[in-house]
Design a protein around this ligand. Structure first.
Ligand SMILES: [Zn+2]
Length: 267
């Protein structure tokens, strides 16, 4: 998609709870801001005030409370559209979205909706490449740096398919995940692939960043393909690991993914 009228998008990271990130974004020349996954209203309201922004809409990836808990309070302050998946678990959604829908927020600020079931069945992600900057993806709890969401509702096959779709996006895509889980994820990733040099380098960077209270999010798809075991089910390295875990060669990449995801659940 070639942008007719590309805009710059400013994205603000808003920490909440123990390790959640809520995201607030707006066109760089606009004070109309959109809150992504506002699990808590208070930090969003504070950020809007601090940044002199007005809430123009709410964008939801899936139904979990730490992504939706602030919707009601935000709506009591400002009656704005709520974009989200088709899901009876999120009754506040006014604009239900399905795979392939284009969410057009302003000229040049368009998000393509991808259905990515696995963590929950209603999970969607929002991809925007109509900006002057690198493409951006709000991926909720589907993809984390060094990891992926736990399978609460979907099957490993569904999640593997969802992650494979995200892996097809441009490598420069900035990944705005909803949690700072990176360091713990990398401890597991190193156990899976102890000889992965990119992973060891990244882990050192992450340790430094966290020691200095810096966030590791957003990550990029390019980096995750090198270090994230859940985006590497197709590699010979991961097939070998799966074979060692189960004692037999995996039938396909989805089976490799399932073996690694099960291992992570008890790591
Ligand atoms: Zn979740």
């Amino acid at each position: 998609m070639t942008p007719v009228n590309p805009v710059k998008i400013s994205v603000h990271r808003i920490p909440a709870f123990d390790d959640n990130y809520l995201w607030l974004f707006h066109g760089s020349n606009s004070d109309q801001a959109y809150a992504v996954d506002p699990g808590d209203a208070a930090p969003i309201l504070q950020a809007l005030e601090d940044l002199s922004l007005s809430l123009a809409g709410i964008i939801i990836t899936h139904h979990h409370g730490d992504h939706t808990g602030g919707i009601k309070t935000l709506l009591s302050h400002e009656n704005v559209p709520v974009y989200g998946p088709v899901s009876d678990k999120i009754p506040q959604v006014t604009h239900p979205l399905t795979d392939g829908d284009i969410l057009s927020l302003s000229p040049g600020m368009e998000f393509r909706v991808l259905e990515v079931p696995g963590h929950t069945l209603d999970h969607i992600a929002y991809f925007c490449d109509s900006t002057e900057l690198a493409p951006i993806l709000f991926c909720g709890d589907t993809l984390f740096s060094g990891g992926c969401g736990r399978l609460f509702e979907g099957s490993p096959i569904q999640m593997h398919h969802s992650l494979s779709r995200l892996a097809e996006l441009p490598e420069s895509t900035q990944l705005y995940c909803a949690h700072e889980y990176t360091l713990a994820n990398l401890e597991f990733a190193i156990a899976v692939e102890p000889d992965n040099n990119d992973l060891q380098t990244y882990r050192n960077e992450v340790i430094n960043a966290r020691n200095n209270d810096q966030s590791t999010i957003p990550s990029t798809l390019e980096k995750e393909k090198l270090i994230n075991p859940f985006l590497r089910s197709h590699t010979a390295s991961l097939h070998q690991v799966a074979k060692q875990r189960t004692g037999q060669p995996p039938k396909n990449d989805a089976e490799v993914f399932a073996v690694i995801r099960t291992w992570k659940d008890s790591f």
